[in-house]
Design a protein around this ligand. Structure first.
Ligand code: AKG
Ligand code: FE2
Length: 372
């Protein structure tokens, strides 16, 4: 790669984002020993999001009854308990007036759809349907499948609705990989909490006030905060002022606290290992090898064992030359930054990795600075 190409491609891939040490992360808390007062002081009052560990929901009947040994939804059990219920279902693949169109379906029809969606390789001519905002608790109060954690017991909206026996804001969501909830804040800007019974979810969260930058030139809030149309300055004149969202991966059993006025968008995911065949440790090792080969093209020999033997850089990599090596190192540095700000990655014990990711990042950054 020649220098001109190198400079051109570098500016093409440059993405403005805060470096990992400035990025906002949600606290991850074991509920064991966490008093109501501490939770109140640390999260409720300052209006900060957090994730509570799965031990909090371990004894909930829904976790035992609705999930198979393999961690998948137990369709048979769900059909047995709720087959005849009428449930609200949104079509995630269609946008109508800034919302997904909804229909009411018998629960058994929804489950039949879901099974078919899986069989068809996670797609369906019927679109991606998401069972959401289902007042299951109101329809089946005798089931009592969960217990409200003490931290969320001051709940004025539900207290009010319960006392006049009209409505409630207790919902069940269930849907296949790919189902999602568009960008919104909760009713009356209230705070909320959500327990994930099965599977994994990704939450993108923006603190109150940021929504102003996420509105189009007519003042309409974006429907999808990840959409490339936000980059269009004419359509979204304030988007460049918005911060990066706080990204939270919520595992099965975990409870997320979504504070008042925080806008959010939510995705149902699958487990990384089954999706790409690679886990975080493996992915880091992969990046490390790619980086070290390129560092050695620049004359920096990183991976020498104590016995003095160094891994040989493949000739094909050396042949690409120092500019390409520098370009690749910049890309690896960016991926490492993303990895270091990833909540799941932060939970990993770094002793299990072949080296310290932050120091590899430092080494790459130094090498790139010297090469430029
Ligand atoms: O799980 C979802 O798809 C949406 C959940 C949500 O928006 C909420 O609990 O406030
Ligand atoms: Fe919400």
């Amino acid at each position: 790669m020649d220098k001109e190409t190198f400079l051109a491609v570098c500016s093409a891939v440059r993405v403005p984002r805060p470096s990992y040490d400035q990025a906002c992360v949600a606290d991850y808390m074991e509920a064991d020993g966490l008093s109501y007062s501490s939770f109140f002081r640390r999260y409720l009052l300052p209006n900060c999001p957090c994730v509570l560990a799965g031990s909090l929901t371990q004894e909930w009947p829904c976790r035992k009854l609705w999930v198979t040994g393999e961690g998948k939804p137990d369709f048979q059990r769900l059909l047995h308990d709720f087959g005849d219920a009428q449930v609200p279902v949104a079509d995630c693949s269609v946008k109508e007036y800034n919302a997904n169109p909804k229909q009411i379906l018998p629960f058994r029809d929804y489950i039949a759809y879901w099974k078919e969606y899986i069989q068809l390789g996670h797609s369906s001519p019927k679109g991606c349907l998401y069972l959401k905002d289902w007042h299951m608790h109101r329809q089946f109060p005798e089931h009592s499948v969960y217990r409200t954690p003490v931290y969320f017991s001051s709940d004025w909206l539900n207290e009010y609705w319960d006392s006049i026996e009209v409505d409630d804001y207790r919902f069940v969501y269930m849907g296949p990989k790919g189902s999602w909830t568009p960008f919104h804040a909760d009713v009356f800007r209230s705070y909320s909490w959500s327990a994930n019974v099965c599977g994994r979810k990704k939450w993108l969260l923006y603190p109150p006030g940021q929504e102003e930058y996420l509105k189009d030139c007519h003042g309409n809030l974006t429907f999808d905060v990840t959409s490339p149309v936000l980059q269009d300055e004419k359509l979204y004149p304030q988007y460049h002022k918005a911060c990066q969202p706080l990204e939270v991966i919520q595992e099965a059993g975990e409870v997320i606290f979504v504070p008042s006025g925080w806008h959010h968008q939510v995705y149902n995911l699958v487990i990384m290992k089954s999706c790409t065949g690679i886990d975080y440790g493996e992915f880091y090792t992969f990046l490390k090898i790619i980086a070290e080969n390129r560092l050695s093209v620049l004359g920096i020999h990183a991976d020498c064992t104590s016995s003095g033997s160094c891994r040989r850089t493949p000739d094909t990599v050396a042949a690409l030359g120092p500019h390409h090596a520098t370009f690749d190192l910049q890309r690896v540095a960016h991926i490492l930054e993303c990895l270091l700000s990833d909540q799941d990655f932060q939970r990993l014990d770094t002793d299990s990795l072949p080296s310290e990711p932050a120091s590899l990042l430092g080494q790459i950054t130094e090498a790139v600075a010297l090469a430029l």
